[in-house]
Each structure stands twice: as structure tokens, then as C-alpha cells.
Design a binder for this molecule. Structure first.
Ligand SMILES: Cc1cc2nc3c(=O)[nH]c(=O)nc-3n(C[C@H](O)[C@H](O)[C@H](O)COP(=O)(O)OP(=O)(O)OC[C@H]3O[C@@H](n4cnc5c(N)ncnc54)[C@H](O)[C@@H]3O)c2cc1C
Ligand SMILES: *[C@@H]1O[C@H](CO)[C@@H](O)[C@H](O)[C@H]1NC(C)=O
Ligand SMILES: *[C@@H]1O[C@H](CO)[C@@H](O)[C@H](O)[C@H]1NC(C)=O
Ligand SMILES: *[C@@H]1O[C@H](CO)[C@@H](O)[C@H](O)[C@H]1NC(C)=O
Length: 777
């Protein structure tokens, strides 16, 4: 039998050449496969001893044999170190993560490996009643270590509470999402988690052998250029596609990179970032006939190369591996970083910009654009292009609970408009959409770019600096970009792009740093960062629950199909919160769940598949600041936003109870929860009141964000904004920003469509500039 055959790929782009195709289902990208995380552990032996002791305090081996459930017993018996978690974590701490706290963590680990450091950090709790009275942390009995960690979460010393929080996030996230070579995690069975979507592996087997190159590698393969190819091939590729190339004179001193640039590529427009905003601009300009180069620092993950494994997918397709937090952990961030950006991994909710927001942007911020037909038209175009619709065929567990609870209580509940078909019910979409039914940027606008024959996409290409010069009038004009090509963590080469216009669309967290690195000084760059702060509530519905069939799992079937505006305030201030449902797989689930004790976390996790989560996102008045990303990123929750979130928490707890949850709770570090079924009405009221009046600003409840906006806001006055109504920076002509960072305020609803509609309008302004330039040439 012929098990494998060789197919020659020739796409004329120097992209992909020889590939061995096996007659088995699709092959995940090498970095999305199971096995060890690809980071070398450089921690010292001392640091590792402390780290192992900490990991094994969060997740020790526990004996519950006798309950008769074998997989549960295995799960309880498996400690973090038995699963190799400390070793992987060491790799993450050795350079993968760039949070400013990492160096402190390492100092802390070193301290804990000594008796005196342990005494300093743990105090009298670490003293033993008999000789040797002083011990190092790893020598302490498990029970004592557990007590120490419990106390640190509440410590007045913010360093200690940060230390314990960071360690908890990382240990749990890695333990529950890491997989072995067979893509398996031995704890999943006890969690009721099936791992990557089982339907897809079966579905693709037969199609595979006869599949075309496009089907295998995704529609975009023809527009991708792999800079790994030999120089000669690259030269031909660019020239054939109509992009002049030359070998640059040595510009070493003017750029940030240690290597002199090896090639200059010329084009009409360069777009940095291939996400929601960047994709639209690139597609529109290329379709209009201009030569467009897209730089994307993330990798390209073809549909068939997705693994839908939470650990490696988050590591490769999310910014900072999905482990990104503000300086004092006041907020945890999720943002996409892959070809398609956030749109490749989003939860597919597609909302038009709400009317009260466009009105506010128009009247209070003086931005006429948002009152025009042109903007409405842009929304129409974007929604049409993405196939936005709102029928639901298969509602997932989380959304169904939200809907039922709201109906019981008479709260408003709506369908969520999505950019995927009604029957598309994939709970793994945030790890990439495997059947391409979700119309992400990489499935829509970037396809326009491809079909026009005018665009190329360069993955793993990180923009370092925008180039500009002074024109005759002394005004700065953008001339292109310097970028580096990366192979994993290793920087390969530096390149220059020469362009007529330059578009920055790196997302609201990264756009400001790039502009600052490039010498822009406007004080609004990096300020006014809004994040739609999010908190969650959960309800546990045992398998035996009569109302909710046992096959329903918290993680599969459609994500986010229902939402409630019960606390939205849309008729009054417009600043409230909306209630939606997340897609939480074990890694993220364990990050947000409080760790109260080793036994408690194992119990919470064992209920994973029947624990429904609701979240609310607030349209935030408060804001943060992003300086040199990711090293300086701050966010503080405003009192008004905190109040709105508390109000929403109250409603979410009620909704969960009304939908029949047996137990409900929040993510507060005290682990507060209530067995609804056994609670008298007064007791229930008392609990809801207490849970929804707890402070959210004291960092004891994780606040997270999947939406970042406003850090280069649009306005009519350079003193109060970073870009003008056309999306052009005030300081540099021909330099445009086209992502969520231009939002004048927070939006209050999922931002993708708005980002794309504004980018569509900005693209029209760029077209005018290009038309003039071409005429002028
Ligand atoms: C898990 C998750 C679920 C979401 N679900 C929804 C949803 O259901 N509905 C919704 O409306 N929104 C959703 N969002 C938000 C939405 O994805 C983002 O708001 C949107 O993608 C932002 O678009 P953007 O153009 O600003 O940036 P992004 O889409 O984030 O794109 C920025 C791109 O620029 C790249 N980049 C950054 N710096 C550089 C550099 N120096 N050089 C080269 N490239 C660079 C990044 O790698 C990234 O790919 C979700 C977000 C997440 C994380
Ligand atoms: C993507 O999948 C194809 C076919 O399934 C495989 O041959 C190829 O090696 C994969 N790509 C990567 C980068 O792993
Ligand atoms: C998800 O990504 C697609 C692709 O760009 C986009 O059209 C859609 O609006 C996004 N949905 C949300 C809610 O962001
Ligand atoms: C966290 O940082 C923010 C921004 O610097 C600050 O406003 C907030 O008070 C800090 N929170 C705590 C609890 O230290």
C-alpha cells in the first residue's frame, strides 16, 4: 500500500515546495502539535527546586482512591511535577514571557531556595517547632506551603500577591493545556474534556488525498512569501509579482536592528498587521490596483494545519502566548497574533457600531464621519463581506443557559450576529476556524488582496520602525518601514520596505509602541487605552440535572450566540455592560477560577465540562496606558466601571440560578460560592448582594480583556488625538493608523465590525492620496 506520496508544490511565489503528504488526516503545523513547548529552560537548579515546590503546592498528588472513578483518581494523583509542568514553566520564564514581573519572580524563586530568603518571604509561618527551625520553602511540609500560598494572595505586600498570582496563572494554564506527543493530556478525561474537536479529524481523512494545494494550505497560500527561501528565489518572487527590489546601501546606523538590511522592496502601500483593520485596508487598496505589501509578525496557520489544541495554539496564535497582563496584573489581555490577527481567533460576534456611539463620536468628538452615509455604507459593506447573520441552529450550553435564565427573569436577550453560518457550531473557533466557515480577515479581505494579484503577505515579519523624511515644507513624510524576519525567537534578517503610504494596524496594544519607536511624539499615542474590562460568574449544572442533558458540555457547540443588554444603559448614559458567554477550554478556565486550596481546585476542575460561564464586558470610562509594549502597560479600573460591573455580576448570578444551576459563584479569590438548591431565598439574596458588592479594583478578582481600543484615538485636534478623521497621524504625512486604536472612546460592544468599517473609510482616504501621488509622479 502506498502510504505516502510526494506532491510538488509550485505556486510561483517561492512559498512552499516539496511536501510529503500522508494518507492520514491533516498535519498540524509543527508548532501547533503536541509535545513539549519549544522553549529552553534556562532556570538555575536552585530556581527549579523552588519552582517545583510551588507548582506541586498548587497541584500536588492526592489520593482519592476508593471512590471508584479511575480517571478521577488519576487526575487527583497527578501532581504538576509528574506532568512536567515546572520544566515547561521554566521555559516560559526563560525568555518567552516579557512581563516586567518576570525578573522579580526569578529573584523570588532564588530567595525561596534558601532558609533566610524563605524566612523573609514567608515569615513565622515557615518556622518549624523543632530543629532545624529555619527551612527553605521546598523543605516545608505541603500543608505549610499551601497555607503560605493562600496567605500571599491576600498579602498587603503587592509583590507577594503578584508573585502568587503569576505563579498560579502559569502553573495551572500550563498543566491543563500542555499535551504529550499524542496530543493528549492525562487529566482531560476526568475533566470531561475531549481535547481538540474530534469531528474535524474524522471529516478530513478521505478528502485529504485528492485535495488541491489551495484546499490543503488555505486560500492564502499563493499570496504568502516565506522569507526563509534563498535570496535568488525571493528576488524572482517579488519581481514577478511586480514589486521592484534592490540591495540597499548600508543603513545600519539609522535603524534599530544589529544587522544591515539585506533587501529593499518597493510598493505603493505597506500595511503592518494583518488583523481586522489591516486586512481591510490591504484588500481595498490591492483591489483598486495598487501594489500592497502586508507585514505580519505572527505566523500563517493554514486551516488544515490547525491543531485546535489549546496550549500550542494559544502559544503560537495569541500575542505573548495568551499570557499577557498589565504591570500589576490589574488586567489580563488576550489578542490575536497570526495572519488574520484577532479576526482569525475571535468568537465571531459581529455587531454594527451602536447608534448612541456614532452619535457621541459625531457630536462630542466632532467627527463628522460617523454621521455620514459613507460610514453606514462602510458598515453595510463590511457586514456583507463577512456574511454576518444572526440565526442560530445549535445553541451551545453557555448561551442556552444565558437565554433561559434571561427568559425566566424577563431580562432582554438577543441573538448575536455572527460572521459564520447558522449551523456553524464550533466551540474551537478561538483556536482557529478549521472549516473556514467563519469569515475572518484571512478568509475575506486578504482573499481580495490575493485575487487582485497586487498583494503579498510576509508572515513572521516584525516591523521595527516607520521611516520618514522631511519634505520641502519641513513636514515629515512617511517613506516606508524597516522590519525583521524571525524564525522562531531567532532574528534572521532585516529588510526595508519603500512605500508611498504606510499603514499601521498592529492592534491597540502594539501600534503605539511602533509609532513611538519611530520618533512620533504626540502625547495621545499610547494614552486612553480602553479594554472592555470583563468579569465572569459561573454556575455548576451536574450531569444528573434533569433540565440540561448530559451531552451538553461547557466547551463545545456554538460559541456566543446569545447576549443580554440588561445592564447596558444604552438609553441613558450609554456606559454600561453587556452579558455574553465565553469559550473557555481547560487552560483559560483554570486561569480565571480562584485557587483556594489544592483540593478545591481539583474539584472545581473536575466539574469543568458542566460549569457554565457568563461574562460581562463594560464600556469603560476608565483607561490605561501602553508605553513600550509589553514592558509598560497599565490599566486602572474606574469607579463607574466597577459599579457597572458589580451590577452586572448581580444579574449574571441571578440568571445562572434561574436557569437551574445547582451551585453559583464568582472568581473572587475568597472562592465564594453558593449551593443554590439548598439555599433559602434570604440566603440567596444575601449571597448575591455580597458577591456583587465585592471590590473589583483590589485585584482579587481577575479582570480580563479581549478588546483593546483607543490608544491612538481619532479626533479633530492634535492636542487631544493622535490621528485625524482620515486616519492619518497628525505628525507624519502618509502615515495612517487603521485598527481599533483609532476608536475615540470605548465601544461597548465587540469591536471587529467597527474596526473594519473605520478601516474601510480610512482606505478610501488612502486611495485619494495614492491617486494624487501616482498623478504627481
Ligand atoms: C479570544 C478573542 C475573541 C474575540 N472575539 C471577538 C468577537 O467575537 N467579536 C468582535 O467584534 N471582536 C472580538 N475580538 C476582538 C477582535 O479580535 C479585535 O478587536 C480585532 O481583531 C482588533 O483588530 P485590529 O485590527 O485592531 O488588530 P488585530 O486584529 O489584533 O491585528 C493586529 C495584527 O498586527 C500584528 N502585529 C502587531 N505588531 C506588529 C509588528 N510590529 N509588525 C508586524 N505585525 C504586527 C499582530 O500580530 C496582529 O496579527 C476577540 C478577541 C479575542 C482575543
Ligand atoms: C501543514 O499540513 C501539511 C499537510 O497536511 C503538511 O504537509 C505540512 O507539513 C504542514 N505544515 C507545517 C508547517 O507543519
Ligand atoms: C471575527 O473575525 C471576522 C473576520 O474578520 C470578522 O469579520 C468578524 O467581524 C469578527 N467577529 C468579531 C466579533 O470580532
Ligand atoms: C494597578 O495599576 C493601576 C495603574 O497604574 C493603578 O491605578 C492601580 O491602583 C493599581 N492597583 C493596585 C491594587 O495596586
Amino acid at each position: 500500500m502506498d502510504h505516502s506520496k510526494t506532491k510538488v508544490m509550485s505556486n510561483g511565489n517561492g512559498g512552499l515546495h516539496h511536501h510529503h503528504l500522508h494518507n492520514q488526516s491533516s498535519t498540524p503545523h509543527r508548532l501547533l502539535r503536541g509535545g513539549k513547548f519549544p522553549y529552553v529552560n534556562k532556570l538555575s537548579a536552585r530556581e527549579m527546586i523552588s519552582l517545583t515546590a510551588i507548582c506541586d503546592t498548587f497541584l500536588p498528588s492526592m489520593d482519592i482512591s476508593g471512590t471508584g472513578d479511575e480517571s478521577l483518581a488519576t487526575f487527583y494523583a497527578t501532581s504538576a511535577s509528574m506532568a512536567g509542568t515546572p520544566e515547561s514553566l521554566g521555559g516560559f520564564l526563560s525568555g518567552r514571557l516579557e512581563h516586567p514581573a518576570i525578573s522579580l519572580l526569578r529573584v523570588g524563586l532564588w530567595f525561596l531556595s534558601t532558609w533566610y530568603g524563605t524566612f523573609v518571604m514567608c515569615g513565622f509561618a515557615s518556622l518549624s517547632s523543632h530543629f532545624p527551625y529555619f527551612q527553605s520553602f521546598p523543605q516545608l511540609p505541603l500543608r505549610t506551603r499551601e497555607k503560605i500560598l493562600q496567605s500571599w494572595f491576600f498579602s498587603y505586600f503587592s509583590l507577594l500577591s503578584m508573585f502568587s498570582k503569576c505563579m498560579k496563572y502559569l502553573t495551572l494554564r500550563i498543566f491543563f493545556s500542555q499535551v504529550d506527543e499524542n496530543n493528549y493530556n492525562p487529566s482531560w478525561k476526568a475533566l470531561g474534556y475531549c481535547g481538540p474537536d474530534p469531528d474535524f479529524t474524522n471529516q478530513t481523512q478521505e478528502e485529504e488525498a485528492s485535495a488541491t494545494e489551495e484546499e490543503l494550505f488555505g486560500p492564502l497560500c499563493k499570496a504568502l512569501v516565506d522569507l526563509q527561501n534563498p535570496k535568488q528565489v525571493l528576488l524572482q518572487t517579488f519581481q514577478k509579482a511586480g514589486f521592484p527590489v534592490s540591495v540597499p546601501i548600508n543603513l545600519r546606523r539609522t535603524i534599530l536592528s544589529p544587522q544591515p538590511p539585506c533587501l529593499t522592496i518597493s510598493c505603493d502601500a505597506v500595511v503592518v498587521g494583518s488583523g481586522a483593520g489591516g486586512g481591510v485596508v490591504a484588500g481595498v487598496l490591492a483591489k483598486a490596483g495598487y501594489k500592497v505589501l502586508v507585514l505580519e509578525k505572527g505566523d500563517y496557520m493554514a486551516r488544515r494545519n490547525l491543531s485546535l489544541l489549546e496550549g500550542p495554539s494559544a502559544d503560537q496564535m495569541y500575542e505573548s502566548g495568551g499570557l499577557l497582563a498589565s504591570d500589576n496584573l490589574s488586567a489580563l489581555f488576550l489578542a490575536g497574533s497570526t495572519v488574520g490577527g484577532g479576526s482569525a481567533i475571535n468568537w465571531s460576534a459581529s455587531f454594527r457600531t451602536p447608534a448612541h456611539v456614532t452619535t457621541e463620536w459625531c457630536s462630542e468628538h466632532g467627527l463628522q464621519l460617523f454621521g455620514t452615509k459613507a460610514y453606514d455604507h462602510a458598515l453595510d459593506v463590511v457586514c456583507e463581506r463577512m456574511g454576518v447573520q444572526q440565526d442560530v441552529v445549535n445553541e451551545g450550553f453557555n448561551s442556552a443557559v444565558l437565554r433561559r435564565g434571561c427568559l425566566e427573569l424577563g431580562y432582554p436577550v438577543n441573538n448575536v450576529p455572527r460572521n459564520s453560518p447558522p449551523d456553524h457550531s464550533c466551540g474551537w473557533c478561538h483556536l482557529g476556524c478549521k472549516d473556514g466557515k467563519k469569515k475572518g480577515t484571512q478568509e475575506t479581505w486578504l482573499i481580495d488582496l490575493l485575487q487582485s494579484g497586487n498583494g503579498l503577505i510576509l508572515p513572521r515579519s516584525n516591523a521595527l520602525k516607520i521611516l520618514h523624511k522631511k519634505d520641502e515644507g519641513g513636514k515629515k513624510v512617511a517613506t516606508g518601514v524597516v522590519f525583521e524576519f524571525k524564525n522562531g525567537r531567532e532574528i534572521k534578517e532585516t529588510y526595508i520596505v519603500e512605500s508611498k503610504v504606510t499603514v499601521v494596524a498592529c492592534g491597540a496594544l502594539m501600534t503605539p509602541s511602533l509609532l513611538r519607536r519611530s520618533g512620533l511624539k504626540n502625547a495621545n499615542i499610547g494614552k486612553h487605552l480602553h479594554i472592555h474590562p470583563t468579569v465572569m460568574a459561573w454556575g455548576y449544572f451536574p450531569e444528573t440535572s434533569s433540565e440540561w442533558p448530559a451531552e451538553m458540555k461547557s466547551y463545545n457547540s456554538g460559541i456566543m450566540t446569545a447576549m443580554s443588554t440588561v445592564v447596558a444603559n444604552s438609553d441613558t448614559s450609554g456606559y454600561g455592560a453587556v452579558i455574553q458567554t465565553p469559550a473557555l477550554h481547560p487552560g483559560m478556565f483554570s486561569v480565571v477560577m480562584p485557587w483556594i486550596s489544592a483540593f478545591d481546585i481539583k474539584q472545581r476542575m473536575s466539574r469543568f465540562s458542566r460549569t457554565v460561564h457568563l461574562f460581562e464586558l463594560a464600556r469603560d470610562k476608565g483607561s490605561g496606558w501602553v508605553g513600550n509594549y509589553p514592558k509598560s502597560l497599565t490599566y486602572s479600573l474606574d469607579a463607574v466601571d466597577e459599579e457597572n460591573l458589580q451590577w452586572g455580576l448581580e444579574k449574571m448570578l441571578r440568571i445562572l440560578a434561574a436557569a437551574g444551576a445547582e451551585e453559583i459563584g464568582t472568581h473572587h479569590q475568597t472562592g465564594m460560592k453558593l449551593r443554590v438548591k439548598d439555599a433559602a431565598p434570604e440566603e440567596f439574596e444575601r449571597f448575591v448582594k455580597e458577591a456583587s458588592t465585592m471590590k473589583l479594583k483590589d485585584l482579587l478578582t481577575p479582570v480580563s480583556s479581549a478588546h483593546q481600543m483607543g490608544s491612538c484615538r481619532m479626533g479633530v485636534d492634535p492636542k487631544r488625538s493622535a490621528v485625524n478623521e482620515r486616519g492619518e497621524t497628525w505628525e507624519v504625512k502618509g502615515l495612517f493608523v487603521a485598527d481599533t486604536s483609532v476608536f475615540p472612546t470605548a465601544l461597548g460592544i465587540n469591536p471587529m465590525v467597527t474596526a473594519q468599517a473605520i478601516a474601510f473609510c480610512t482606505a478610501q482616504s488612502i486611495l485619494e492620496v495614492l491617486q494624487k501621488k501616482v498623478k504627481g509622479d
